[in-house]
Write a protein that binds this ligand. Structure first.
Ligand SMILES: Nc1ncnc2c1ncn2[C@@H]1O[C@H](COP(=O)(O)OP(=O)(O)OP(=O)(O)O)[C@@H](O)[C@H]1O
Ligand SMILES: [Mg+2]
Length: 464
């Protein structure tokens, strides 16, 4: 029999750190029990469908599997298992030093990574080994953001490091982990300057830091530094040259088309390219619950294990069912349909269920602003029409499918037509703007333009 594993979840969603409850992973089941005090305070649950207003003092349970080995909401707190994931590399280094050997691949190491990196990330929940670790972390996190005030990470690194080399340790870490350059760095110096390194989901290397908007230099501070702006800082990996330029263009296209889009800032320094996207999971420093559609669906349906377990035309019904339990902003399904059309006409085949999320709790829930609209179809290995599968076999072509898809979101023929026309108009200048992005390899630009032109023709043909 496997041993039980224990952890605790805390939150600052009420403005100050407080314990939410206890987590136990035992064999095939993970369970979470709220403290009486937290339930009495009536604050947000650890996930939408695990809210205390639904479960009361009952223990929330979920049958784990190899694919989803913890509550779905906790998955993004485990650093992603890919080559450039900065957090996984950082925590594996610490684990390796602690164990004196390579951490064995498998559930025990994943659990250790969750406990080490599961706090201070996106959204409102912080996971720790125990309450003492939680209290110590909140004390040190508030110290590190105070220390960050008035001092850039680069400055604080150069004062703390004994090194005479002019390049900062942070740059060395990024060059080593993202560009695969053979450079040494001291992870403790980075942690001292930028604070703890929480896990963030997704494939592109990234850090949670704060910046000064308008600053032309890439100066990074710990998250939560007063008078700075918290951002998700994406670092472009060399195998996707130009990706962050394309992502910034697509953020602009969505903004111009009337979508809510976070502001973003571009930096370039010393061979590294950054896109800093302002975070929307904080309001005046207080965390707001944020949960991906993947997590919401998997929590509600225990047979659901991966994005491929749902079809595009089943998504509308998911929002209808959700609205029976959650006070969901009106027209959420319609907004999703509009985002799917924008994705189709910008060559973003990567609008999967982790790239769609809800913001807020049971009583005030809405789609997040647009994030990660990168047109991944520019790279042949990501050239999928849609990461969420669909079956166009009953239709003339997939253009006809995407038009009919509007019906599954409860939209009338006229409304669908309006959205198609609006999206075609909003993306009219797109291919021209793609071609102007000189950092993107010509091959990728051409491929993307051909794909997008084909999609436009399919929609235009069907709507005649
Ligand atoms: N502006 C933001 N505010 C808050 N959270 C964000 C923001 N942008 C991204 N996130 C969160 O960070 C995660 C990773 O970001 P993003 O999806 O942009 O990265 P990615 O590496 O490009 O992902 P993918 O693997 O889908 O390509 C998102 O799934 C989301 O949870
Ligand atoms: Mg993503």
């Amino acid at each position: 029999m496997a041993r039980n594993r224990h952890a605790v979840i805390w939150t600052q969603c009420g403005g100050t750190p407080e314990k939410m409850g206890d987590l136990v992973l035992s064999g095939e089941m993970i369970s979470f029990t709220y403290t009486k005090e937290y339930l009495a305070a009536g604050r947000h649950g650890f996930c939408l469908l695990g809210d205390g207003a639904i479960w009361g003092s009952d223990t929330v349970t979920y049958p784990v599997s190899e694919r989803i080995p913890v509550f779905p909401r906790l998955l993004t707190l485990i650093p992603g298992n890919n080559l450039h994931n900065l957090q996984r590399r950082h925590y594996l280094d610490i684990l390796r030093a602690r164990l004196g050997r390579e951490p064995p691949p498998g559930p025990e190491t994943e659990w250790q990574l969750l406990v080490m990196g599961g706090h201070g990330g996106i959204g409102h929940i912080d996971l720790f080994a125990d309450d003492i670790a939680a209290e110590a972390w909140y004390r040190s996190a508030s110290r590190s953001s105070r220390n960050g005030q008035g001092q850039t990470a680069t400055e604080s690194l150069s004062t703390q490091s004994q090194s005479t080399q002019s390049r900062s340790q942070l740059w060395r870490m990024l060059k080593r982990h993202v560009l695969n350059e053979n450079l040494d760095f001291d992870p403790q110096v980075i942690e001292a300057a930028l604070g703890p390194t929480p896990s963030v989901g997704g494939m592109i290397p990234k850090l949670l830091v704060s910046v000064t908007p308008g600053d032309l230099q890439p100066n990074f501070y710990p998250p939560g530094t007063p008078d700075k702006t918290d951002v998700v800082l994406k670092v472009e990996p060399p195998e996707y040259t130009g990706l962050l330029d394309l992502e910034a263009l697509c953020l602009d296209m969505h903004r111009e088309a009337g979508f809510e889009v976070p502001a973003c800032h571009h930096y370039q320094a010393d061979g590294l390219y950054f896109l800093a996207v302002e975070r929307f999971d904080r309001a005046e420093g207080v965390p707001i619950p944020m949960e991906s559609m993947f997590s919401v669906i998997a929590t509600g349906d225990h047979h659901f294990r991966e994005t491929g377990d749902i079809l595009l035309d089943e998504l509308g019904a998911v929002f209808d069912r959700l609205a029976e339990v959650v006070r969901l902003a009106e027209e959420t399904g319609e907004q999703v349909y509009r985002r799917l059309l924008m994705a189709l006409l910008t060559g973003n085949g990567d609008l999967h269920l982790d790239n769609m999320a809800l913001l807020g709790g049971l009583n005030d829930c809405r789609l997040t602003p647009v994030y990660d609209p990168a047109p991944m179809r520019a790279w042949p290995r990501h050239n999928l029409v849609s990461a969420i599968p669909f079956d166009p076999s009953g239709y003339k072509d997939h253009g006809a499918f995407f038009i009919a898809l509007g019906r599954s979101f409860g939209l009338s023929k006229d409304r669908i037509r309006q959205h198609i026309d609006d999206t075609l108009a909003a993306t009219e200048s797109y291919t021209e703007r793609v071609m102007q992005l000189k950092r993107v390899p010509l091959l990728q630009r051409r491929q993307l333009v051909t794909i997008v032109e084909t999609e436009r023709q399919l929609l235009e043909k069907q709507r005649r």
